[in-house]
Design a protein around this ligand. Structure first.
Ligand SMILES: Nc1ncnc2c1ncn2[C@@H]1O[C@H](COP(=O)(O)OP(=O)(O)O)[C@@H](O)[C@H]1O
Ligand SMILES: O=C(OP(=O)(O)O)[C@H](O)COP(=O)(O)O
Length: 454
């Protein structure tokens, strides 16, 4: 039976999915197992892997399957290819690193469906692994087209989903394929992530902070609305910031902005202010029912000035950077200056948060007992714009031994924390950024929901 947990008014079905560990040699030997992993690792300009966390995280499930005599067809996406195969999105760099970690050669194919795959699978011996090409080279993957899912499934007997980082996407290789392969089970990484994150965020130690940055504005800005009902402190950084600034009417130069998210950014700021007061009303038993509700500002005024002051002190803090490091071009050697958020010059782009913002964010984080972070504070890949990200990483590393639960999620965020040498100092390194935020929202992840129950 599925375990159901009530998370702030939403039902979240989590564990008790059938696991790869429930399948033994009798079920696996000689079987063709289609494994969906998230091998979407960061690469530099020379196609060199800059952080292999996601490859390492996939190894326990793969080893288990190979040791039990399965033939493994391993699939993943890499990046966001827009129109068919592109060399920079090939999974080619992953194969040698995975081979090293598994201690056996990994044969990389140039497709994920069709004749080449059929032939390789037919020739594969028990305990061999084939790495298929980027599944997003087919537009049908993200559209979750059943005929495409069927083609992916055609070469396999069993499905294992170990792609926690992509479990929030209902794509053909994460969701559609389960309709054609039985059993469809969870891999060890997926299980581990769900177990940890459910424990940490369904009933978090408070104050609870979320830090949202990075560049996937449209994916993540929508999560913020739900987070306002969960957290006490919400910090916005990275490329996310400029959509909020622009919504406030500020000039943002040539910084990253998603125009179609401006209205939402405006609404979120208003919601944060209103929510601030709602939290306090609940705290002081003025709102008697356990439900998320927004009290209009006027209603609060009626309850007196004292309460309003307390609300400001105790409610959800939505923190945006007050200063930014701007650059005259997107380049590691760009000219830079630090300016206030109101004074981004035309033609310049914000690529990191400034020192005042770092200080404000650090002060807020030091009061927190749970912190979930997804999305770097700046373009940390360039040294000139890495300070914001590394400073926040350092602050969290210092908070962990003091009893704060620190969770870092997302391919690039984890890469940044690894690069800073601080990964070991965090409570949990998650292979999913968007996935962990959606889990935190209380959403059922489609890649998990589709798996067989025990
Ligand atoms: N101000 C900014 N402008 C443009 N890109 C940014 C900015 N700040 C951070 N980024 C970029 O965001 C990317 C990571 O975003 P995202 O994929 O959302 O994070 P994660 O992989 O951790 O989930 C990094 O490559 C970083 O360079
Ligand atoms: O890198 C990923 O997500 P993340 O940036 O939230 O960690 C996953 O591989 C999902 O990729 P997607 O956001 O292109 O679907």
């Amino acid at each position: 039976m599925a375990r159901v947990s009530l998370s702030r008014g939403k039902f979240v079905v989590l564990a008790a999915k059938k696991s790869v560990g429930d399948l033994g040699k009798a079920e696996l030997e000689g079987k063709r197992v289609f494994v969906r992993a998230d091998l979407n690792v960061p690469l530099d300009k020379e196609q060199k892997i800059t952080d292999d966390t996601r490859i390492r995280a996939a190894v326990p499930t793969l080893k288990y399957l190979l040791d039990n005599g399965a033939k493994v067809l391993l699939t993943s996406h890499l990046g966001r290819p827009k129109s068919g195969p592109e060399d920079k999105f090939r999974l080619t760099p992953v194969a040698p690193r995975l081979g090293e970690l598994l201690g056996k050669p990994v044969k990389k194919l140039n497709d994920c469906i069709g004749e080449e795959v059929e032939k390789a699978v037919a020739e594969a011996k028990n305990g061999e692994l084939l790495l298929l090409e980027n599944v997003r080279f087919y537009k049908e993957e993200e559209k979750n087209v059943p005929e495409f899912a069927q083609k992916l499934a055609a070469n396999a007997d069993i499905y294992v989903n170990d792609a926690f980082g992509t479990a929030h996407r209902a794509h053909a290789s994460t969701e559609g394929v389960t309709k054609f392969l039985k059993p469809s089970v969870a891999g060890f990484l997926l299980q581990k992530e769900l177990d940890y994150l459910d424990g940490a965020v369904s009933n978090p130690k408070r104050p609870f902070a979320a830090i949202v940055g990075g560049s996937k504005v449209s994916s993540k800005i929508t999560v913020i609305e739900s987070l306002l009902n969960k957290v006490d402190v919400l910090i916005i950084g990275g490329g996310m910031v400029f959509t909020f600034y622009k919504a406030r009417g500020l000039g943002v130069g040539s910084s990253l902005v998603e125009e179609d998210q401006l209205e939402l950014a405006k609404k979120l700021e208003v919601m944060a202010k209103v929510r601030k007061k709602t939290v306090l009303l609940r705290k002081y038993h003025i709102v008697g029912v356990y439900q998320t509700c927004y009290i209009r500002e006027e209603a609060l005024l009626e309850l007196g000035k004292k309460l309003e002051v307390m609300a400001k002190e105790k409610g959800v803090q939505l923190l945006l950077p007050t200063d930014v490091v701007v650059a005259d071009k997107f380049d590691p050697n760009a000219n830079t200056q630090t300016v206030s958020a109101e004074a981004i010059p035309d033609g310049w782009m914000g690529l990191d948060i400034g020192p005042d913002s770092i200080k404000t964010f650090e002060d807020a984080l030091k009061t927190c007992k749970t912190v979930v972070w997804n999305g770097p504070m700046g373009v940390f890949e360039f040294d000139k714009f890495a300070k914001g990200t590394y400073s926040i990483a350092q602050t969290l590393a210092e908070l962990t031994p003091q009893g704060t639960c620190t969770i870092i999620g997302g391919g690039d965020s984890v890469a940044a924390v690894e690069k800073a040498g601080l990964a070991e100092k965090m409570s949990h390194i998650s292979t999913g950024g968007g996935a962990s935020l959606e889990l935190l929202e209380g959403k059922v992840l489609p890649g998990v929901a589709a798996l067989d129950e025990k």
